[in-house]
Design a protein around this ligand. Structure first.
Ligand code: C2E
Ligand code: CA
Ligand code: CA
Length: 456
């Protein structure tokens, strides 16, 4: 006897384990990469085409958080079985890990065929899954790359599929996007922008602007939403929808979030010195989902409150439904802690998430911010109008304050007043302005909104 333990499994079983995913039994990444490099070598020798499809389940984490890992695993297996139903014998289906799958489509004759393959895979997810009485609908986004043998390193195709997947997630979840070389350039630009953002914070190129929130009946300012701005030395103003999602991919969002909170609270406490009325003004600060679930959130808010001396009652935090989607149990706990401090919570972009009603019950926000797409839709339609009416009446029934975003015309203002929506913000009143302009704005009396803004 030696002290060395010998493995009881025969060699063919060990090989099978290395080449297959233990949960779903699908090919492992090792096997997939091998098949891909063989296909690529064949194409480089003989011509032809193949395609790599990278599939990522949309918001899958929510399933694990809501129903536990056992149901999450069952769903992954169920999805694998459905994908298998539409996998051709010549193709390879692999679970890359987590909620990502790879599909290698071989023997294609034209690039257009990849659309069909992607549609076939997405179509099998249309029908809901049922596990232990739970009904789940799970969609996926797909990044696709057509392999014509140009890349000598086959793994580069997987990276390109990943870049295309990023675009699919960004542009339209639940769909597929085919890789184009320009996307690679965009990915490089995103990377360098993310690097520069770190410097921008240190160099003071980031700042907060403030958009007034008004009482729709009196048009009096009741608070401001703090919105971040980046003035890039060469590229000019970079909008937050470009740089916030980039920051969210790393810990940088925590630094940016802390900066926003400290700046906004210091600003709001300075409004208190402008007269009696401004003492009541509140400030709303946007928090991204990642920030909301970070361990130091409360400490960060408390330090900003004590540094600024602002009363917690004058702070409102804006979150979207995606916050609850990340971890429902933790969300309710953090929410009640915030509320016990006197801090308000507003549910942002309401109406754009896919399960608004269940999150309303969970979050019980003080304010609901109706998304701009219902208030100033790109194309006005009766349907939007009916939805707007339904949202406002829902909020009123729940005793929640309703705030309409993106009010651009007097007609929209009148409509909202008529529906009983209490608060609003939008270009009709003012865009977000630098802190220095807030004072001028507050010095004006009710209804005398500046040159571009409302005058009633
Ligand atoms: P949001 O929270 O929904 O902010 C409202 C956006 O709508 C702002 O865009 C605002 O300028 C714009 N807006 C306001 N009124 C109107 C209107 O009448 N018409 C139109 N077309 N737009 C209007 P902005 O400042 O570009 O911010 C975009 C998004 O970036 C914000 O959407 C928010 O999600 C995010 N963001 C901005 N600042 C921060 C921040 O400090 N932290 C985090 N986590 N996110 C931020
Ligand atoms: Ca907001
Ligand atoms: Ca919003």
């Amino acid at each position: 006897m030696t002290g060395v333990q010998t493995c009881a499994l025969p060699i063919y079983q060990l090989t099978h384990l290395a080449l297959h995913d233990s949960l779903t039994g699908l090919a492992s990444r090792v096997l997939f990469e091998d098949r891909l490099s063989q296909a690529n070598a064949r194409i480089r020798r003989q011509g032809g085409l193949c395609a790599v499809l990278l599939l990522d389940l949309d918001d899958f984490k929510g399933v694990n958080d809501a129903y536990g890992h056992l149901i999450g695993d069952q769903l992954l297996v169920g999805i694998a079985r459905r994908f298998e139903l539409v996998t051709r014998r010549s193709d390879t289906l692999c679970r890359l890990g987590g909620d990502e799958f790879l599909y290698l489509a071989e023997g294609l004759t034209s690039a257009a065929e990849v659309d069909e393959v992607a549609e076939r895979l997405l179509d099998v997810l249309t029908e809901a899954f049922e596990f232990s009485g739970i009904t789940l609908v799970q969609h996926a986004s797909v990044g696709v790359v057509v392999c014509d043998g140009t890349n000598s390193d086959a793994n580069q195709y997987i990276q390109e599929a990943d870049v295309a997947l990023y675009e699919a997630k960004r542009l339209k979840k639940g769909h597929h996007v085919v890789f184009a070389p320009s996307m690679h350039e965009m990915a490089v630009n995103r990377f360098s922008l993310a690097q520069e953002m770190r410097q921008a914070l240190k160099a003071g190129h980031l700042s907060m602007h403030y958009q007034p929130i008004v009482d729709l009946v009196s048009t009096e300012i009741i608070g401001f939403e703090a919105l971040m701005r980046w003035q890039h030395p060469e590229q000019g103003w970079i909008p937050p929808n470009v740089f916030i999602p980039l920051a969210e991919q790393s810990e940088l969002i925590l630094e940016l979030g802390s900066f926003a909170m400290h700046e906004a609270l210091a600003a709001a406490s300075s409004w208190g010195r402008l007269g009696d009325r401004s003492d009541e003004l509140f400030v709303t600060v946007n928090l991204s989902a990642h920030q909301f679930h970070a361990p130091g959130l409360l400490a960060m808010i408390e330090s900003a409150l004590s540094e600024s001396g602002l009363s917690p009652q004058r702070l409102i935090i804006e979150i979207t439904e995606s916050v609850a989607l990340l971890n429902a149990a933790e969300t309710t706990e953090t929410m009640s802690l915030l509320m016990s401090l006197g801090i308000g919570v507003a549910l942002d972009d309401f109406g754009t998430g896919y399960s608004s009603l269940s999150y309303l019950a969970l979050l019980q926000p003080r304010i609901i911010k109706i998304d701009r797409s219902f208030v100033s839709p790109a194309q006005e339609s009766e349907q939007h109008d009916t939805l707007l009416e339904a949202i406002v009446s829902l909020g009123l029934k729940l005793n929640t304050l309703m705030l309409a975003e993106g009010i651009e015309t007097k007609e929209q203002l009148e409509r909202l007043r008529h529906l009983g929506c209490q608060f609003g913000q939008g270009f009709l009143f003012s865009r977000a302005v630098p802190l220095i302009d807030v004072e001028t704005m507050l010095a004006r009396s009710t209804g005398t909104w500046g040159k571009e803004g409302l005058s009633v």
